[in-house]
Design a protein around this ligand. Sequence first.
Ligand SMILES: NC(=O)c1ccc[n+]([C@@H]2O[C@H](COP(=O)([O-])OP(=O)(O)OC[C@H]3O[C@@H](n4cnc5c(N)ncnc54)[C@H](O)[C@@H]3O)[C@@H](O)[C@H]2O)c1
Length: 314
Amino acid sequence: MPKILISEKIDPICPRLFQEAGFQVEQKTGLAPEELADVIGGYEGLVLRSATRVTAELLARASALKIIGRAGAGVDTIDVPAATAAGVKVMNTPGQNANGVAELVFGLMFSLVRHLTRASSSLKEGRWEKNGLAGTELLGKTIGVIGYGAIGRRVGTMAKALGLTVLAYDPYLNDGQIQASGAVPAQPDEIYSTADFVTLHLPKTRETAGLIGAEVLGKMKPSACLINCARGGLVDEAALAEALGSGRLAGAALDVFAQEPPSADNPLLALPNFIGTPHLGASTAESQVNVARAVAEQMIAFFQTGALDGVVNP
Ligand SMILES: NC(=O)c1ccc[n+]([C@@H]2O[C@H](COP(=O)([O-])OP(=O)(O)OC[C@H]3O[C@@H](n4cnc5c(N)ncnc54)[C@H](O)[C@@H]3O)[C@@H](O)[C@H]2O)c1
């Protein structure tokens, strides 16, 4: 029976499903890269979340490895071309944490427009600041969604329910696929210049890194807010800090940063119209169970029947 290594903390349903299917499964968390390299040769499957880096060097030591299962969406910590070259499949669990991330997007949007984080801290500091903390409402506003996959679509559906107009851009979908969920297909420039909220739900790749920089920020309405719960590095943080500090942009919320955690001198952290969370998008009880179950079920099916559900390099 295949031997599986789980290299990170994960909901117990994951090892349990492997055991019930008769697999040998070992969970070794917190291994240093060289420790992982020393043991990886003994496993056919590797389950990870976002902390384990799979490099070409690690793959060179993984002589028995057939599949890497990412409990989650992003595979940017895995050298996928090197895995493909080594004949190793890479699998993720698309959509399993979409609702968790989408709900965080709305938490951040409500916090931005109603100044919730500032209001709560000032109340706890003994102030009663009704003046200066008046907000705006989401109803009737326009949200632009860049990347209309599992999370983007869930955001779109929730935005429609709250009475927002949804514009969506996704170069890999046709207009009919975007319209099917009630969104209006739009080009990026139309989104940047008309949306009250721009929210990012695309992967970080060589092409999309730095997508939102000074030029794009300059196209957005001064009253608009930017939300990034996708990946750090999609947004130029220095340019964003400049836009927020100068009043060029009303507000921004990031759940992901180019460097995580961000350094203490990151200029965003000092700005009152900026909200940050420590990469919490999928950190809900429900999402963690969903991804842990899905990665085990997909990997078991792969070994038992050759099924390629969730494989990103088929
Ligand atoms: N904050 C978190 O904790 C958290 C949790 C889960 C996922 N994520 C991130 O959210 C993002 C979306 O995840 P998902 O599950 O919806 O993935 P998904 O694959 O279902 O959707 C991504 C969409 O982006 C589109 N896309 C690719 N390149 C694009 C481009 N240049 N412009 C516009 N669209 C483009 C794709 O066609 C696809 O439809 C990923 O970056 C993922 O890493 C973050």
